[in-house]
Design a protein around this ligand. Sequence first.
Ligand code: NAD
Length: 482
Amino acid sequence: MTARHRITVAHGDGIGPEIMTAVLRILEAAGAPLEPEEVVVGRAAYEAGHPTGIPPEAWEAIRRNPVLLKAPITTPQGGGYRSLNVTIRTTLGLFANVRPTVAYSPFVHSLHPGMDLVIVRENEEDLYAGIEHRPTPEVVKAVKLVSRPGSERIVRYAFEHARAHGRRTVTCMTKDNIMKQADGLFHRVFDEVSAEYPDVRAEHQIIDIGAARLAAQPERFDVIVTLNLYGDILSDIAGQVAGSVGISGSANIGATHAMFEAVHGSAPDIAGRGVANPSGLLNAAVQMLVHLGEAPTAERIANAWLATLESGLHTADLHREGLSEREVTTEEFTDAVIARLGTEPERLRPARFETRRVAVPAPASVAEAAETVGVDVGLRWDEAGRDPAVLVAAIAAALGDRRLRTTLVTNRGVQVHPGTAPTALLTDHWRCRLQPADGGTTTAAEILDAVGALVAAGLAVVGTDHLHRFDGVEGFSSGATG
Ligand code: NAD
């Protein structure tokens, strides 16, 4: 007898319980070797005073079992609540968000019948790291954090996913023409990792034109791997273009845990009426089975579902005159899928999954020689009509005969020194780059001494970022944009 996989099951809010009941019935009918452990998370837990929507006993189960199948939950309005999804994602280290988006034309209306792609989105880093500061009254900063191991892991996952699912091309999307450090690192890692997968075609596109192409010609994409924010936006574009947001599932994958859910929300407007489409959660469950190494069962279910779509038995959200045979309830749709277990679609491409589980090794650590070559000092300064020359003179006076000198001043990223007075809007936040006059290296102690001199002279230091070179390559932007 096959070993059974213990999974945590959360029924969620709104239509959640209805679609979860439907999906569990189909899983059982298909003989999926699962042992569900049910937990209550979401609205009831929020209302019971758990700010993350997850009571301690639910956490225990979620941590104990490597897989969580979660129905949508209703996010409470108002302050004091934390996003349940973000909490689970960050606590369990679910680094990859995997969203297949397929057009099931002609049975589900789509403008792009040939669309069949997967977006692999980095799920932890980027602007979602939540590192934001307001250094001065006029300016806020959000840190775009991109790590080499984080990039390597997601890119490798995308290639492994491509191989396991017989996909041919992985497209990386970044904006490295502008963010040369952050997006540049992601692109560089993509180029390095792709060389290990000669059987998969690798290409890079700048995110803006890539997103435009995704909207206009989605059928030309296969697997897309990208950073967190871009992935968030691209996933919704893809879902919208396919015309099937309601039937897509998504996987959140980590090294030890994974969470599977529908892309849509808890649909409170139709909750309790028995008309919701369980397909999004069912497709997530299919992804779950493949992840658990149960590809044959995943295929049985996916093909029965495709055959049901072909039969024209559609829930209200998909029902269209001319395309559908009959509008059915959640229960009738579920019965129809179960009745078709063991059959395959006739016109839609049958699902085929490999048993090979997608796993990525821990990224190798990098040992590059680092040297410190200066510091960017953030200053709040609102004097002398915001004339940069006056600020530079004040810094020079404060530094006296120290080795560090001002080599660059920017305001909103625009170089204002050296050079002519800019016509750009100037704010109260200035970034002043101090580097040794002789172009050599410096130390943290020398930097602190120089920064201390600025403070002693009455300049308002609001932040510092040290400048490093790694194996001789500058690890900071030139700052001379605009
Ligand atoms: P929604 O996805 O719940 O609903 C949008 C529209 O699509 C509604 O008209 C709804 O009736 C319809 N719809 C969605 N799923 C359907 C299905 N399976 N069958 C038939 N029709 C379906 O989005 P929303 O209304 O913006 O959000 C409702 C709640 O869900 C909010 O509290 C939101 O925070 C939450 N939400 C949760 C998740 C999650 O748990 N992962 C994701 C998105 C939204």
